[in-house]
Design a protein around this ligand. Structure first.
Ligand code: MEV
Length: 328
C-alpha cells in the first residue's frame, strides 16, 4: 500500500519494503531573475532535459555500512553524503541502510543545477524505497530543504524547475507557474527558441556568490533593483508566451547588466557574453550564481546556423564548447 505522509508527520517506526529504487532528474538553466529571486522577485528557469543525473539505490542489510554513496564510481564527499540523512529527516522516516550508485551527464558546479538535481534524486530514491508518494510540489519543497546543505538559504527555484521539468515562472513561496511557450514568430516560419549554454570551466561557490551580491539587493536601492528584476521577468515571460524574441532578449540583456553591477559576472563570463553578442546572439548573460559557471545565449532564430558555427569555432580556440537547448 502506498503511503501519503504529511509534510511534518514523523513515521519513526516505518520499515521500508522496496529493496531497490531508481531516480533520475534533469539539470536547469535560469533565463532571468537569479539572485533577485532569493529576495522575493520572480524568475524564469528551464529544464536541461538531456543533461541528467540518475541513481540506483539498494536498501542494505543491518550489517552493511549505513550509507554508501558513489557517483560515477567515486565516493561522494562526506558532507554531500549527509544529504541522505537530510532526506530521511525531511521525509520524517527512520534512517535505513542504503547503497547508492549514481551517474551523470550534467556538468557539476557549472551553475546548471547539479546540487538541486542531486537533492531531488536522493529524496526521490529514498521516498520510492520507503513507498512514499511525493507530488511534484512536495518533492520540490522538501528537496529545497536538502539544498540548504549547499546554498544556505536557497530560493527554491532550482529544485522547482528540476522537479517540474518544465519552463517555469517562480516566486518564493507557493508560486510555481508553467510557462505556456509559443514558438518564435520573427520574420519567417515559426521556430523553436534557440538557446546556447556555455560552461566557462571556472568554478565558484553559490553561497559565496549570494553573499557577494547581497549588498546590491539589500542596500538603499535594493527595492528599486528588485522591482526592476520583477519587471524584466514579466517582459521575458510575455515574450516567451507570445513568441517575441525581442522582448525576451531585451529582458535577458538588461538582467545581465544588473548581474554585472551586483558583482557576480567575472572576466571569463564577460568574455563569453561578448563573444556571443559579437557573433550576433540576440542576448547573452550569466546563468545561475555566477563568479564562474555558465552563460546562456539566445541566438537569432533565422541566422542560428551561421552563429553557431562562428561561436563554436571561437570557443574551440579556448578549449570550450556550447550545447544547445531548443525550447518550444
Ligand atoms: C542559483 O542557481 C540561483 C540563485 O538565485 C540562488 C537561489 O535561487 O537560491 C543564485
Amino acid at each position: 500500500m502506498k503511503q501519503q505522509i504529511n509534510r511534518f508527520q514523523l513515521q519513526s517506526d516505518y520499515i521500508p519494503r522496496t529493496i531497490e529504487a531508481h531516480a533520475d532528474a534533469c539539470g536547469k538553466a535560469i533565463i532571468v531573475g537569479e539572485h533577485a529571486v532569493v529576495y522575493g522577485s520572480r524568475a524564469i528557469a528551464m529544464p536541461l532535459q538531456v543533461h541528467r543525473m540518475s541513481v540506483r539505490l539498494r536498501v542494505g542489510d543491518e550489517a552493511s555500512k549505513s550509507v554508501q554513496f558513489r557517483i560515477s564510481n567515486h565516493d561522494v564527499p562526506a558532507h554531500v553524503c549527509e544529504v541522505v540523512n537530510d532526506a530521511f529527516s525531511a521525509l520524517g522516516i527512520k534512517p535505513f541502510n542504503v547503497k547508492i550508485e549514481g551517474s551523470h551527464s550534467l556538468p557539476i558546479g557549472a551553475g546548471l543545477g547539479s546540487s538541486a538535481t542531486l537533492c531531488i534524486i536522493t529524496l526521490q530514491a529514498i521516498a520510492k524505497a520507503a513507498q512514499i508518494d511525493l507530488s511534484r510540489d512536495r518533492l520540490a519543497f522538501l528537496a529545497n530543504k536538502l539544498e540548504r546543505r549547499f546554498h544556505g538559504n536557497p530560493s527554491g527555484l532550482d529544485t522547482a524547475v528540476v522537479a517540474y521539468e518544465k519552463v517555469i515562472s517562480f516566486k518564493k513561496g507557493p508560486e510555481i507557474r508553467e510557462i505556456a511557450m509559443k514558438k518564435i514568430h520573427h520574420d519567417g516560419p515559426p521556430c523553436a527558441w534557440p538557446f546556447l549554454i556555455i560552461d566557462s570551466g571556472v568554478r565558484s561557490s553559490t553561497l559565496s556568490m549570494i553573499q557577494k551580491a547581497k549588498p546590491y539587493f539589500m542596500g538603499s536601492d535594493g527595492e528599486k533593483v528588485l522591482q526592476r528584476f520583477d519587471d524584466l521577468t514579466t517582459k521575458v515571460e510575455s515574450g516567451l508566451e507570445s513568441g517575441d524574441p525581442d522582448l525576451v532578449a531585451g529582458g535577458m540583456n538588461e538582467a545581465g547588466q544588473l548581474l554585472k553591477a551586483a558583482g557576480v559576472v567575472n572576466d571569463e563570463l564577460r568574455q563569453l557574453i561578448d563573444l556571443c553578442r559579437d557573433h550576433g546572439a540576440l542576448a547573452a548573460k550569466s546563468t545561475g550564481a555566477g563568479g564562474g559557471g555558465s552563460i546562456i545565449a539566445l541566438l537569432n532564430p533565422h541566422q542560428q546556423a551561421q552563429q553557431k558555427s562562428k561561436i563554436g569555432a571561437a570557443l574551440l580556440r579556448h578549449g570550450l564548447q556550447y550545447f544547445e537547448v531548443n525550447l518550444s
